[in-house]
Ligand binder design. Structure first.
Ligand SMILES: Cc1cc2nc3c(=O)[nH]c(=O)nc-3n(C[C@H](O)[C@H](O)[C@H](O)COP(=O)(O)O)c2cc1C
Length: 97
């Protein structure tokens, strides 16, 4: 669940994790990425979520939910989206990915 820093950049503390992912084979695993950003940043909004989503997809894992962007603090609408995100992941897991 990364936030986005700089101008559409990964957070510093997530860099090593991001790099390490490319060496993994996660075939048969289910994943989904969500994270916060700020729509103020326009085209760079929640870019780190998109980067992680693509990076993990490259491991052979199954995307169990579409990437979910949260603008600043999660509001009630975001919480509904997070519930749907979780349900989607669980459904994928129960279907054996
Ligand atoms: C220096 C700085 C750069 C940021 N750059 C981006 C950005 O490029 N894209 C984005 O969506 N959010 C950006 N943000 C917003 C943070 O991701 C946002 O504050 C955070 O996701 C919301 O969490 P918080 O409530 O902990 O601040 C930036 C924030 C700061 C302070």
């Amino acid at each position: 669940m990364p936030y986005t820093d700089g101008e559409g950049e990964l957070p510093d503390e997530g860099m090593d994790f991001y790099d390490d992912i490319q060496d993994l084979d996660l075939t048969g695993k289910v994943f989904g990425v969500t994270g916060s950003g700020d729509t103020f940043y326009g085209d760079d909004y929640c870019k780190a979520v998109t980067y992680f989503d693509k990076q993990i997809a490259g491991t052979g894992a199954t995307r169990g939910a579409e990437p979910l962007f949260i603008n600043l603090q999660a509001d009630d609408e975001d919480k509904k989206h997070l519930d749907a995100f979780t349900d989607s992941l669980l459904k994928s897991v129960s279907q054996g990915a």
